[in-house]
Design a protein around this ligand. Structure first.
Ligand SMILES: CC(C)(COP(=O)(O)OP(=O)(O)OC[C@H]1O[C@@H](n2cnc3c(N)ncnc32)[C@H](O)[C@@H]1OP(=O)(O)O)[C@@H](O)C(=O)NCCC(=O)NCCS
Length: 186
């Protein structure tokens, strides 16, 4: 997939040289009121990272990368207003929550559409791009984790065809809450 037009926006993969924009959008996402439910990284930690961290993050998920890929939604004025990243997971590894990974699959993280640009279907186009890239990598499944109280994100994932797998783990920053695994099979 090169790029897709959605309601006046363009959804496309990023390039490694766009690391400053990767940083800028991530810091916007981490300041969103939903960030404590949505992201494990904090604004303070991300804001303190050196340029090399962002250069590396963009390079790892840039054009031609095969272990991760970041997709963004670009508004007509060129600003970035949404993003998802897919990380390829390999069998016989262990994920961040300690769960064994049993197959080659895509893991969607960093899901964000900026307030003011929500409700236009951008999240559906971003998730479709993430799934298409995962299939190109010869993986048959894409999955993600969502907080039990993040009902808007859960509704977006269900509309995209993701279903709860029944796997539930404690939320890392509040072990009284749960994260639910959702997955989409090819
Ligand atoms: C999650 C997110 C990407 C969804 O994108 P969006 O453009 O807001 O999505 P939509 O407006 O299409 O809403 C998704 C669904 O939630 C529903 N919805 C909208 N507002 C809602 C609300 N306040 N409560 C519950 N559901 C809501 C919509 O009706 C839609 O359902 P439908 O497709 O069945 O009609 C976006 O809201 C966001 O970035 N949130 C903050 C970060 C976040 O939570 N990321 C996910 C981490 S797992």
């Amino acid at each position: 997939m090169n790029s897709v037009d959605v309601a006046g926006y363009v959804v496309r993969g990023i390039r490694a040289d766009e690391w400053e924009r990767v940083k800028e959008l991530r810091l916007v996402a981490l300041r969103d009121p939903a960030a404590p439910l949505a992201f494990l990284e904090t604004y303070e930690k991300a804001a303190a990272e050196e340029d090399g961290f962002w250069r590396n993050r963009a390079a790892m998920a840039g054009e031609g990368a095969t272990t991760a890929r970041q997709f963004v939604a670009e508004a007509a004025d060129g600003s970035w207003v949404g993003s998802v990243t897919v990380l390829m997971e390999q069998p016989d590894s262990v994920d961040w929550s300690g769960q064994p990974v049993e197959r080659r699959q895509g893991h969607v993280v960093g899901v964000f559409v900026q307030d003011g640009h929500r409700g236009h279907g951008l999240i559906q186009a971003l998730l479709a791009a993430a799934a298409a890239w995962t299939w190109e990598q010869k993986a048959e499944r894409v999955r993600l984790w969502v907080h039990e109280d993040n009902v808007r994100a859960q509704a977006a994932y269900k509309r995209a065809g993701f279903v709860p797998t029944g796997l539930v783990v404690p939320f890392p920053t509040d072990e009284t809450a749960s994260e639910l695994e959702f997955a989409l099979d090819r």
